[in-house]
Design a protein around this ligand. Structure first.
Ligand code: FES
Ligand code: FES
Length: 184
């Protein structure tokens, strides 16, 4: 039997529903690859979404979206971070460098060049995050050991299993940077 209470309460029409809470309209400037951008800083927006969908910088990859694969790594003041786990507001006042910003004009970054020479990729999906992570590592540790490289890349997954060539690429880049004026 239908409860009388249900008959008395018609389903809520869309116009009767309480309005959704307003999302934040706070905005700020972020600096990406040397250019300033004015963006919304709503708390649910992470840096990866802004880079890919708003600024069109799709070199940074969306892998897991949960901080597990490293495909989304970018440099924040020279240190590799997972963009999918970085609220865009945390980038305000800092320099963001994506894979697109590593090269100097036509000249590849030494880590990019080393990955090419070592053939350190197959499908290439993990490669931008790997290169960014290696660039960050070599700033901190110019001549890393194999163990230090493995530790630094622990959060970067290559589904094609190209880890040996990636190791080779890191050593190549390390040698190139050491030989360049000012150590890169
Ligand atoms: S997409 Fe960010 S860690 Fe996987
Ligand atoms: S080259 Fe394919 S995932 Fe690493």
């Amino acid at each position: 039997m239908i409860s009388p209470g249900l008959l008395e309460r018609p389903p809520m029409a869309p116009r009767d529903r309480p309005p959704a809470p307003p999302s934040s309209t706070r905005t700020g400037r972020i600096r990406v690859n040397g250019e300033e951008h004015h963006v919304a800083l709503a708390s649910e927006r992470n840096l990866l979404i802004v880079l890919r969908e708003e600024l069109g910088l799709t070199g940074t990859k969306y892998g897991c979206g949960e901080g597990e694969c490293g495909a989304c790594k970018v440099l924040l003041d020279g240190v590799a971070v997972r963009a999918c786990q970085t609220p865009v507001g945390e980038a305000v006042g800092h320099e963001v460098t994506t894979i697109e910003g590593l090269a100097r004009g036509e000249e590849l970054h030494p880590v990019q060049q080393a990955f090419l020479e070592a053939g350190a990729f197959q499908c290439g999906f993990c490669t931008p995050g790997m290169i960014v992570a290696v660039a960050s590592l070599l700033r901190r540790l110019p001549e890393p050991s194999d163990d230090e490289i493995r530790a630094a890349l622990d959060g970067n997954i290559c589904r094609c299993g190209g880890y040996l060539r990636i190791l080779d690429a890191v050593h190549r880049a390390s040698r190139t940077l050491a030989a360049s004026p000012g150590g890169g």
